[in-house]
Design a protein around this ligand. Structure first.
Ligand code: DUC
Ligand code: ZN
Ligand code: ZN
Length: 475
């Protein structure tokens, strides 16, 4: 006897849409039936969800989050508990967070620490990428056991000198290792040393408002680093995934590499599709004392809409020069956190919180005619699963997959704001006032209903660690 049948919905996979009833036993999807055949076959499920007029989509996979990340003298304000609960509210059933090896630490210890932070605290399933904050002989050796631990991707930073920064020689050595091991190299591609000089010069001129964060992190810094990362990946034959892309010119570099059939991939984030330097950080935050702009200080930075960066991100999603939309969820409250940079933008902790809104914000792209329904699912679930070695279990509604399913109402409505729908542990919303023409009605994780039409039924500790395989996206 099935535990659950979701009837009368339209199932949307990356491959297309079909009217089907979805049958769930335990944690798994066991069948897709033509509508009505469950009754004819006299299947008597323990529970029925009527999804007439609704979409059934595979649970969202946010492959870039930073729950409780130590950064800029503070910690990201969502813990694994609060952040994964908020994710469930927004239709995300899996996150891939970043375990951190800091300078002077062992990679194994960093991974163990992050397991300790997440275990027993997550509402949804979780996995880890490994940040290699110091490339040396020990960390290169430690990379050899990552795949056995289910951690098949690692991240380096071309930014943040003195914190996570890796120079070209270190990047080259790590990429050689990753190529041999089949690991995916993820890159924060911004020229950190040059950015730091520009930031110092701006501050010396008294230009310390949040707006100048984006001026120091000019698009040339992103284009240059992206190109350099691509060339090092080409030389070493290592697959490369550039995270949180926001500059038109940097995406052109990825497109150029992909046209040469390279295994080079690009991710953008909702903030680079919808939020801009003009609208969020415009003239008002250039004024001394207007600290409002700190809400949108993140890296890479918000860019100019007038210069076409936002449009280029949408175009990249259409042409598949960009394959994924993750959030880079790294929330900080204004009070006591962003405020650390009240007198100097360089001290504002970098990050925006969006883990709750990604599926909705991308659905608005469907409503606005920018992407199709299957592409929405591909960007938010299927490609993250394939890119990071989870496809089949996650990222698709088909027999044998985990029953991670979202019932999405295309006729519903979601108003985003700190006092409205927001469950993230933040005292503001970077998305205040956004209105979405759709709604997450029900979120199901491995057969368990976490969110049911405005009611939260999830539990801390339901979420399990996902051991990932190697990328299933390479050519
Ligand atoms: N960018 C952010 O905005 N926050 C955390 C780290 C990063 O690279
Ligand atoms: Zn980054
Ligand atoms: Zn990040």
């Amino acid at each position: 006897m099935p535990d659950l049948i979701i009837t009368n919905g339209t199932v949307i996979n990356a491959t297309g849409t079909v009217e089907a009833d979805v049958v769930v036993e335990g944690e798994k999807i066991v069948g897709l039936l033509s509508p009505g055949t469950a009754e004819t076959a006299e299947l008597q499920p323990k529970k029925i969800i009527d999804a007439a007029g609704k979409y059934l989509i595979p649970g969202g996979i946010d492959a870039h989050t930073h729950m409780q990340m130590p950064f800029g003298g503070t910690n990201a304000s969502d813990t694994f508990e609060t952040g994964t609960r908020a994710a469930a509210w927004g239709g995300t059933t899996t996150i891939v967070d970043f375990a951190i090896q800091k300078h002077g630490e062992r990679v194994q210890d960093g991974l163990e620490t992050w397991h300790g932070l997440a275990a027993g605290n997550c509402a949804i399933d979780y996995s880890f990428h490994q940040i290699i904050g110091e490339v040396n002989n020990d960390s290169l050796k430690a990379m050899e056991s990552l795949a056995d631990e289910g951690v098949t991707s690692y991240k380096m930073f071309m930014a943040y000198p003195g914190v996570f920064y890796a120079d070209d020689a270190q990047i080259l050595r790590a990429m050689q290792k990753a190529r041999d091991l089949g690991l995916m190299t993820m890159m924060h591609a911004e020229n950190g040393p040059a950015i730091d000089v520009l930031a110092e010069q701006l501050a010396a001129q008294g230009k310390t408002a949040p707006y100048y964060h984006g001026i120091a992190r000019a698009w040339q810094m992103e284009e240059e680093a992206t190109h350099r990362a691509i060339m090092l990946a080409d030389l070493t034959d290592a697959p490369l995934y550039i995270v949180h892309m926001s500059a038109k010119q940097a995406v052109e570099q990825v497109a150029w590499a992909r046209d040469k059939a390279k295994n080079v991939f690009g991710e953008t984030c909702p903030q680079y599709l919808y939020l801009s330097l003009e609208k969020q950080l415009g003239a008002r935050s250039e004024q001394w004392g207007d600290f409002e702009g700190a809400k949108w200080v993140c890296s890479t930075p918000l860019r100019s809409e007038e210069e076409g960066h936002l449009e280029a991100m949408w175009q990249g999603l259409r042409t598949n020069d960009l394959q994924m939309v993750s959030t880079d969820h790294c929330p900080f409250c204004m009070k006591d956190q962003k405020e650390l940079g009240k007198d100097d933008f360089r001290a504002i902790p970098n990050g925006i919180g969006s883990v709750e809104h990604r599926v909705d914000l991308l659905y608005q792209g469907v409503v606005d005619g920018r992407i199709s329904l299957p592409r929405w699912v591909e960007l938010t679930s299927t490609t993250p699963a394939r890119m990071f070695g989870m496809y089949g279990t996650k990222g698709v509604i088909q027999p044998g997959a985990d029953a991670d399913i979202v019932v999405y109402d295309p006729n519903g409505h979601t108003s985003i704001g700190v006092d409205k729908t927001h469950h993230m542990n933040m005292d503001y919303s970077a998305w205040e006032g956004f209105e979405i023409d759709g709604h997450v009605d029900v979120t199901i994780s491995r057969g368990t209903v976490l969110v049911d039409n405005g009611e939260y039924l999830g539990t801390k500790g339901h979420g399990r660690f996902v051991k990932r395989g190697l990328s299933q996206y390479l050519v």
